[in-house]
Design a protein around this ligand. Structure first.
Ligand SMILES: *[C@@H]1O[C@H](CO)[C@@H](O)[C@H](O)[C@H]1NC(C)=O
Ligand SMILES: *[C@@H]1O[C@H](CO)[C@@H](O)[C@H](O)[C@H]1NC(C)=O
Ligand SMILES: *[C@@H]1O[C@H](CO)[C@@H](O)[C@H](O)[C@H]1NC(C)=O
Ligand SMILES: *[C@@H]1O[C@H](CO)[C@@H](O)[C@H](O)[C@H]1NC(C)=O
Length: 395
């Protein structure tokens, strides 16, 4: 009794000094208060209903009946001079709706509120969900590291992933709609619809497919982001066939029935921990237990994304903010496992896609890391580089 009173008293002192996090629940459904690994940030977690519409591609591709169809599709997709996309891709059609998007907004516990001047908008890639940004322990948590230097962040599950809605994986979960959802969410952050805070500046931060989406937003909506940080990204896609092969995509419902008991067969997932290592890791530059954790938490990829993914490495002519391209030195899909041969592939992005980006743009190649950069020992150094890039640009 005495000790619980004492605890209560000390909690009350802290609580009275800071606003109650529940006052930032606006915009979220089923909101809860949580924190980052390491505890530097207080987080609001829940689902945000996001209205969005886009011109998706009509795909003449039925729901795969079995694994044989899925494997044959990937093999045909990777065939030299394949005609599969032409056979499958039809006209454009308008999809629109309100989609529930799983999200986690985190702000420094020490400041007690989201910082209205700036938020980082974090979009994860293939194989992960929003926990990519707060993974395993404080040493790897981007959201915790960001809070330690004063940043507010929002990580969200892409459509079809994690706590977000799981609509038709062939006609609906496609990249045009994912771009539109990202754009809508950014408008909501700027106009105060999320956490009762009108964020003045939004920094787009992506990983892999999340960087492709971030790049697409800078091209289509050049005012959305004040700066863009593209990790696990380049314009060199020579490593992608090997990357896709290494995933050995299988029907998610059959591979992990206890996690995805009712998912449509158009939701695919990497087959095994060995494929996960092949695609995302470089030994001995990560903790073996983090690969096990990545396999346990692995996430899906859709047939719709397979056929619409290649459409958008976009030249962002009107984007005038700074960009920062950050790659693991041994990234497989975007560097064919060596980002420095025959040239620095991270450094090549600005010339290829960002003719009008600020001269203060930056590049960082993280020694020894694979594609899953945040899960390698050098993650913290990459984060320090990114925060330094932002600070030196006035953010
Ligand atoms: C799709 O249709 C809706 C409703 O008619 C419309 O509001 C929206 O602008 C259209 N979207 C696109 C991308 O054309
Ligand atoms: C898988 O489905 C296809 C298409 O329905 C069918 O032709 C094939 O026989 C099936 N294969 C197996 C191994 O079940
Ligand atoms: C295959 O495509 C490449 C361009 O991607 C082209 O140069 C080549 O001629 C094509 N080969 C055949 C056999 O059509
Ligand atoms: C909010 O962020 C701005 C810019 O990053 C910074 O200058 C300011 O000190 C921050 N405010 C608080 C209360 O942390």
């Amino acid at each position: 009794m005495v000790s619980s009173l004492a605890l209560g008293a000390s909690f009350a002192v802290g609580a009275s000094a800071l606003p109650n996090p529940t006052q930032y629940f606006a915009g979220f459904n089923n909101a809860i208060v949580s924190s980052t690994l390491g505890g530097a940030a207080t987080c609001i977690q829940g689902t945000i209903p996001v209205a969005a519409s886009a011109m998706n591609i009509q795909l003449n591709f039925p729901t795969p009946a079995n694994q044989s169809v899925v494997t044959e599709t990937i093999v045909e997709f990777l065939q030299v001079n394949t005609t599969l996309p032409e056979q499958v891709m039809g006209g454009k059609h308008n999809v629109s709706g309100t989609y529930n998007i799983g999200a986690k907004l985190c702000y420094p516990t020490s400041s007690g509120s989201p910082n209205a001047s700036l938020i980082q908008f974090l979009t994860h890639g293939v194989g992960f969900d929003k926990s990519y940004w707060d993974f395993f322990s404080a040493d790897y948590s981007y959201q915790n590291a960001a809070a330690l230097v004063g940043y507010t962040t929002l990580a969200y599950d892409r459509l079809g992933i994690g706590a977000s809605d799981h609509p038709d994986p062939i006609q609906i979960v496609q990249t045009p709609l994912e771009i539109a959802i990202g754009h809508s969410l950014v408008q909501m952050l700027r106009n105060g619809a999320v956490s009762n805070t009108k964020f003045q500046h939004v920094i787009g931060v992506g990983h892999s497919l999340g960087s492709e989406l971030t790049n697409a937003v800078t091209a289509q909506y050049p005012k959305d982001f004040d700066a863009a940080v593209l990790t696990g990204f380049s314009v060199n896609t020579a490593g992608q066939p090997v990357f896709f092969s290494s995933l050995d995509l299988v029907i998610a419902r059959e591979n992990v029935p206890y996690r995805f008991p009712t998912l449509n067969n158009g939701y695919l997932i990497s087959e095994s921990i060995n494929g996960n290592q092949f695609a995302f890791f470089r030994a001995q530059n990560y903790l073996p237990a983090i690969l096990v954790a990545a396999e346990t938490a692995k996430q899906t990829f859709t047939i719709g994304e397979l056929f619409t993914n290649s459409m958008f490495q976009s030249v962002a002519k009107e984007f005038t903010g700074p960009i920062d391209v950050v790659d693991g030195e041994n990234d497989l899909p975007f560097c064919q496992s060596n980002c420095l041969v025959p040239e620095n592939k991270a450094a090549a992005v600005k010339g290829a896609l960002y003719p009008n980006a600020k001269a203060s743009s930056a590049v960082y190649v993280a020694p020894g890391a694979g594609h899953g950069l945040n899960l390698h020992y050098v993650a913290g150094e990459a984060y320090r580089h990114i925060f330094q890039f932002l600070k030196s640009n006035g953010f």
